[in-house]
Design a binder for this molecule. Structure first.
Ligand SMILES: C[S@@+](CC[C@H](N)C(=O)[O-])C[C@H]1O[C@@H](n2cnc3c(N)ncnc32)[C@H](O)[C@@H]1O
Length: 458
């Protein structure tokens, strides 16, 4: 009897041509563009963040350049895309960001509490709120215009409770609660007038200036919604915990990146892979675009040009550079990465392109910057991946339009040590998601009933 397999079985195991799903592509092929924009662990959806990259971009590089058990670092972790993806893929995740919001999101995702712990904390807070006496709320008109009085009273109670402790000493449940709450602080209402968000109906991606919001509320006669914060938090947590939380807890720092990369927190030669997106050159202001969420974390007046919080964050975050100071900042970053990276390690720097007005053919910012600083490092460029996005799908573009500088191209610089010999053999990326839908039944049940309440099952 012949032992040859049927030809059709072979064909079944052929990798199908994937093609782009979102209209984007890269200079190295379609890569992550051939995967749905919803790809990734449910916890990625905690909070929208300006300048974030999709989970599938982090996955591509984590799979290609690291193995289970290895250390994956993001020194500018933003909403925590890289560390979350690294954790659920069995890597040791190390996150860092100097913005309090990004730190909270990164830490919540790097080391989440269990579903039971997270919910027990919401229950405890709700009980304490009900037992509390409510006095006058000491809140600025900028915040007051966004929320119903009942919602605001609950929000202020939770905020005071969180701020009674130094942020770096919070428990896992406190980080998860603050991160989840940040994610529902503002957003659009459904057509039927209900909402998963706490505010008047406004965009979720970034906070528009208080003066703009005020005008918008007046012109559109926007109403406030009497939202129960504890109930909306339970819904939010349920959505975040739909997938299984694989992997061991990682570490998140709240430091200037150069301090982290050259300090005692990271031993020299201890990191296998860096996947990061440093701040863009003058396109996204990570403070201003998050002023409402930053209020929740105790930083006031970030929305106002001359506000105390805005000045404080502008003084420390690297988002206001000229090209020359940007190169100095990137040199410090590259030298720090060079120190932290293992001999055969790899660093992927995803840099949003910024063009000089009037110079259509200018080199991408990433390459211009690298040309400028490479001679002062002992790193070499393995590859530049140019990632062209459809114009409509880049969040920073919405903001960039007013600045006239953002483009719809990102560049990923893939770097290694001058004498490094990294393993470049893994090109087949496995897009399976072993964590999918593995979360607690109670989370699935809550999401189902919340959905049914909006669209009653026929
Ligand atoms: C482009 S965003 C990173 C987005 C991230 N990849 C994500 O998916 O959310 C850049 C981050 O750098 C942070 N940042 C700016 N200056 C910093 C500094 N000196 N040290 C550490 N983080 C800094 C900003 O707060 C911001 O979160």
């Amino acid at each position: 009897m012949s032992v040859m397999t049927d030809w059709s079985e072979d064909a079944y195991f052929d990798t199908p041509e994937r093609g782009t799903l979102d209209g984007g592509t890269t200079s190295s092929g379609d890569l992550w563009h051939s995967v749905s924009s919803r790809w990734g662990h449910s916890m990625h959806t905690m909070c929208s963040y300006h300048g974030m990259f999709p989970a599938k971009v982090a996955h591509q590089f984590i799979q290609q350049y690291s193995r289970a058990g290895e250390v994956v670092l993001d020194p500018f972790s933003g909403r925590g895309t890289t560390p979350l993806q690294a954790r659920v893929e069995g890597r040791k995740a190390v996150a860092n960001d100097l913005s309090p919001l990004a730190y909270v999101l990164s830490r919540a995702k790097t080391a989440p509490p269990t579903w039971e712990e997270a919910n027990a904390f919401v229950d405890e807070l709700e009980k304490a709120f009900k037992a509390s006496k409510q006095g006058e709320l000491d809140v600025s008109p900028d915040i007051r215009m966004l929320y119903h009085d009942n919602t605001l009273a609950q929000l202020c109670f939770i905020r005071n409770r969180l701020l009674s402790k130094k942020i770096t000493t919070w428990s896992r449940a406190e980080f998860m609660l603050a991160g989840s709450l940040a994610g529902i602080m503002h957003g659009g209402w459904r057509r039927d007038g209900t909402s998963q968000y706490l505010s008047i109906s406004m965009p979720n991606t970034f906070s528009m200036s208080p003066t703009y919001v005020e005008k918008f509320i007046r012109e559109k006669e926007l109403k406030k919604l009497d939202q129960d914060v504890f109930e909306r938090l339970r819904d939010k947590l349920a959505r975040l915990y739909l997938d299984e939380n694989l992997g061991q807890a990682g570490v998140a720092h709240h430091l200037d990146a150069a301090t982290l990369l050259t300090g005692k927190e990271l031993a020299p030669g201890s990191v296998d892979l860096v996947v990061t997106s440093p701040p863009y050159l003058q396109v996204v202001n990570y403070a201003q675009s998050n002023w409402i969420r930053l209020w929740l974390l105790g930083i006031d007046e970030v929305g106002r040009e001359q506000g105390a919080g805005r000045k404080k964050l502008n003084a420390v975050l690297d988002h206001r550079h000229t090209f020359s100071s940007y190169c100095d900042f990137m040199l410090r970053t590259a030298l720090g990465i060079q120190r932290a990276l293992k001999k055969d390690g790899i660093a992927v720097l995803v840099i949003g392109d910024v063009k000089d007005p009037g110079k259509e053919d200018a080199l991408p910012l990433a390459n211009q910057m690298w040309d400028e600083i490479k001679g002062r490092t002992s790193m070499r460029l393995l590859e530049t991946i140019k990632d062209d996005l459809p114009a409509t799908s880049k969040v920073s573009r919405i903001w960039g339009e007013t600045k006239g500088q953002a483009t719809n191209r990102d560049c990923a610089l893939v770097l290694t040590h001058e004498d490094g010999d990294p393993d470049l053999s893994r090109t087949d990326i496995d897009w399976d998601e072993p964590w999918k839908d593995g979360g607690p039944d109670a989370a699935h049940e809550r999401v189902r009933s919340a959905r049914d309440a909006v669209e009653p099952a026929s």
